[in-house]
Design a protein around this ligand. Sequence first.
Ligand SMILES: [Zn+2]
Length: 263
Amino acid sequence: MVHTIQEKIDSLGLSRVLNSNIPVDIEKVAKFLGADAVVRADIEGAGMLLPRGDGRFAILVNSRDSRARQRFSCAHEIAHAVLDSHDIANRSSLEQPKRSIERYCEKFASHLLMPAPAFDAYAQQRMASMNSIVDLADVFDVSIQAAALRYVETLSEPCILICSQFQLGRTGNRLRIKWSYETLARAEHNSKHFIPKGKSLKNQAMEVAYWTNSLQKSNDALDLGYRSIDAYSESMGFGSSNNRFVLSLVFPTNRGSTMVSES
Ligand SMILES: [Zn+2]
C-alpha cells in the first residue's frame, strides 16, 4: 500500500507537533523523529543525511544558504530519514526511482513546513493572489517558491504557476520559463498540457515585474508554447542580480479555448 503524504505524516504521529507551532520548528521535528543533531556546515549540496544505523541520524545543512533554504533542506533530509519502501513503491513506474524519491521528499518537506490543516486554513482566509503567497511565505518562514507551490494545492480553481528568469536561448536573452506547475494538468492527468521549460515569455507584465518591485496584473493572452490562453495573471519579481526571478500566478479565464486538441 502506498501512503499519501498526509497518511505518512499521521502515521509518524506528527500532525500535532507540526500544527501546534507556526512557523514549524523543523529542528524540533527532526529531533522528535530521531535526529541527534541538525548542524550548519560548509558542505557541497544543500543538505545531507547521516544515518547511524539504529534509527537515529544527524542532518547537515549548508551554512551558506538562506535560513528559509536551510529549513527546507532540513525538512527534505527528514523525509529521506523516514522514507520507507511503502511510500514510493508503484509510484509512477516509468520514472527513474531516484527522481521519484527526490520528488517525494520535496513534497513531504513542503508538508512538514506548511502542514495541513494550519496552512490550508491560513490560505483559505486569503484572496487567490501573489500578495497572499508573500504573506504565507512570511508566516510559515519558507521561500516564496515553496509557499507558492504549496498554496496552489489549496486552490479549487485551475491555475498555472510560472517561475521565469532571464536566460540566453536561440532567440537571445529573454525572460524564459524556469519551471511551471499546472493544477489543471494534474487534475486531468493530461501530459499534453506540458509547458516547455526554456520557452520565452513575451509578456509585458512579467517583464515589468522583473525590472520593478511592484505587483503586475495582466489580462493578456499568454503564449505557453504550443498553445495560447486567455488568462488573468499576477506577476512579481524576487531576488537580485543572477538570482532574480519572476513568479506568476495565472488563472485561465476562458477554459474552453485552452483545450487545444491534437488529433
Ligand atoms: Zn534528497
